[in-house]
Design a binder for this molecule. Structure first.
Ligand code: BGC
Length: 556
């Protein structure tokens, strides 16, 4: 077996929301040829491009798009809105030619209600796929089998007139849950996995995995205090069953024939043991699992410090942490972290964390520009979840507005009418403008990605928190080994406050070179001597330490 680290261990992954990246045919919806036409922006092998190593594509499968692709009606094809399988093959070819890998989104918990498997299942109790879904009788007229509430609101049970039973759906009624207890369903899904591997994909992002498996005796969930139906119960019986881990182990064992295919998991933050439970023992479940704790945290140094420590402690040896601040389900982090402070400066400091913390960074299209949440009116919303809780929750549509390529009327995204309005700030926040501006966030992302690639301590080094006298400062080192005579160590310091600060780092006495500051436009190479870090408001710095700070206090 190869001892070489796998590609994803040093990769930077870029999430593309296909609806919104680039439209090539003027229908207002992004598509695969559009993505191909923008690959050079992502990585053309030169310093002008962003330099990412992989794309995670949110679902592109045929779908009625009630949940914008997370309701799949055919696992082995491409939705005509996005193109064809031939377009997909072209994307894989063109991406690979540039050294960019492709990670497919794969929804295992549910299909669309329009999937032929479900259509067959609802038509007859003796259909071969009947047991691929969960069916149950009610507890009396109009009373579903249990009190379970769906993630997107309402009961998890819907009465099906044709089937004359209730079926289970953990999200929308249009997304019936698959029954992973059934072995033929598993085989059908593993066929899907092989189908895409044979087409050249390099990994899968596995959606909502802690929902696989239910307590099929249908006991009621205990109630608790919460702000709406779903959070008013403890989800003891409708998720987080041991079966989910069994399925992940089965999938991982299939990957023994495909050691270069990465498995990335998404699980709820409150799943028992946390999402990291899906690493298994570090070698038998997933390679990496999203940890959304930083994403959900306020912009506060003590919180970050505690959450990073918790994340570090939760990943077993053999597992690889992932770092993610934004995705298609959340408000963009420039708006979240920026709330109550200088959003642009904080986004720059967050970028430093994204690329210097230990783990595989996942960035969400447009965050490198500082794209903000779109300000949408009710009639412009598309996502049923966003509509349901509007205006009490920001919802998901604001983070899904079209990519801002240039200052033209639809930001270079489409020549037609975009499916969601382009953000107001596209005339100033766009790729064309930012790519040649050394002080732009995009330039900072490019520098950080390059720095990360050139710096083994950042790609594979260990993480060590350092004490600092200012609680608003987060200071840590990354170094290649625990060894006291190592070659390289990097110190990162982030000022989470809007004030100047001088903080001492007790015990650290060494020389270094300032490699990067979020205030400066170019690499610095300025001599730096430690003991003290002087930071401007919301500033983050990266320093290469010359002599090892081995007397430094690591309060892990
Ligand atoms: C995806 C959402 C989707 C849900 C149901 C989530 O984890 O990220 O976008 O709506 O799963 O598939």
């Amino acid at each position: 077996m190869s001892t070489q680290p796998s590609w994803w261990q040093s990769a930077v992954v870029y999430q593309i929301y296909p609806w919104s990246f680039q439209d090539s045919n003027g229908d207002g919806i992004g598509d695969l040829p559009g993505i191909v036409s923008r690959l050079d922006y992502l990585n053309d092998g030169t310093e002008d491009s962003l330099g990412v190593d992989a794309i995670w594509l949110s679902p592109i499968y045929p779908s009625p798009m009630i949940d914008f692709g997370y309701d799949i009606s055919d696992y082995c094809n491409v939705d005509r809105r996005f193109g064809t399988l031939t377009d997909f093959d072209c994307l894989v070819r063109e991406a690979h030619r540039r050294g960019i890998r492709i990670i497919m989104d794969l929804v295992l918990n549910h299909t669309s209600s329009l999937h032929p498997w479900f259509q067959q299942a609802r038509a007859s109790r003796s259909a071969p796929t009947r047991d691929w879904y969960y069916w149950a009788d009610g507890r009396g007229w109009g009373r579903p089998p249990s009190n379970w509430n769906a993630r997107f609101g309402g009961s998890s049970w819907t009465w099906d007139r044709a089937a004359r039973q209730y079926y289970l759906h953990s999200f929308l009624a249009d997304q019936p849950d698959l029954n992973w207890h059934n072995p033929t369903l598993r085989q059908a899904m593993w066929k899907v996995v092989r189908f895409w591997i044979n087409r050249g994909v390099d990994g899968f992002r596995l959606d909502a995995i802690n929902w696989l498996g239910k307590d099929v005796r249908w006991p009621n969930n205990p109630r608790c205090f919460g702000w709406r139906g779903y959070t008013r119960q403890i989800h003891r019986h409708d998720r987080d069953q041991p079966l989910a881990h069994e399925v992940m182990r089965e999938l991982r064992s299939l990957m023994s024939a495909h050691p270069d295919v990465v498995l990335v998991g998404e699980a709820s933050a409150d799943t028992p043991g946390g999402p990291a439970a899906f690493y298994g023992d570090g070698s038998d479940e997933l390679h990496t699992v999203f940890d959304f704790r930083l994403l959900k945290s306020p912009w506060e140094a003590p919180r970050f410090r505690t959450l990073i420590a918790a994340s570090e402690a939760s990943v077993p040896p053999g597992g690889r942490p992932s770092i993610v601040f934004s995705n298609h389900d959340q408000s963009r982090h420039i708006d979240r972290y920026g709330n109550g402070g200088n959003a642009e400066r904080r986004a720059r400091a967050a970028a430093v964390l994204l690329f210097t913390l230990r783990g595989t960074p996942f960035l969400y299209y447009g965050e490198e520009l500082g794209m903000r949440d779109g300000r949408l009116r009710y009639h412009e919303l598309r996502d049923p979840y966003t509509k349901r809780y509007w205006p009490f929750r920001t919802g998901r549509d604001p983070a899904r507005t079209p990519m801002q390529w240039d200052a033209s009327p639809h930001a270079g995204f489409t020549t037609g009418t975009p499916w969601l309005p382009v953000s107001d700030n596209a005339s100033t926040v766009n790729v064309v403008r930012h790519i040649r501006t050394p002080s732009s966030l995009l330039s900072l992302y490019r520098r950080l990605i390059r720095l990360r690639k050139e710096t083994p301590a950042l790609t594979r080094g260990i993480y060590r928190p350092l004490q600092s006298t200012d609680p608003h400062c987060l200071v840590f080192t990354r170094q290649e080994t625990e060894d006291h005579v190592t070659e390289q160590a990097i110190l990162v310091a982030v000022n989470f406050s809007g004030h100047d600060t001088t903080c001492s780092i007790p015990g650290v006495h060494c020389q270094g070179t300032l490699l990067l500051s979020t205030y400066e436009q170019e690499e610095q190479g300025i001599p730096w001597s430690s003991g003290q870090v002087v930071l401007r408001p919301d500033e983050a710095i990266v320093v290469e330490l010359k002599r090892q700070p081995f007397d430094m206090l690591a309060d892990r």
